[in-house]
Design a protein. Sequence first.
Length: 77
Amino acid sequence: MLTVDVRARVEPQLKEQAAAVLQAQGLDVSTAIRLFLRSVVEKGELPIDLPRPNRTTADAIRAARAGDVTDVSLDDL
């Protein structure tokens, strides 16, 4: 029994394009969201692989979190 509404704000074009892809698979947006949420619960994490930063970016993120940053002006670039 469905008793809770879930709302998300997305670009209209994104919703239309996703709905068309899902419809070709015999699904609607609500069903796809339920499938996604069930998968999150079953896996205990996101059910998709997200892009990972390359080594340079990961090192910069770690340095920034540690407070080890250098101020750079636009002129320096």
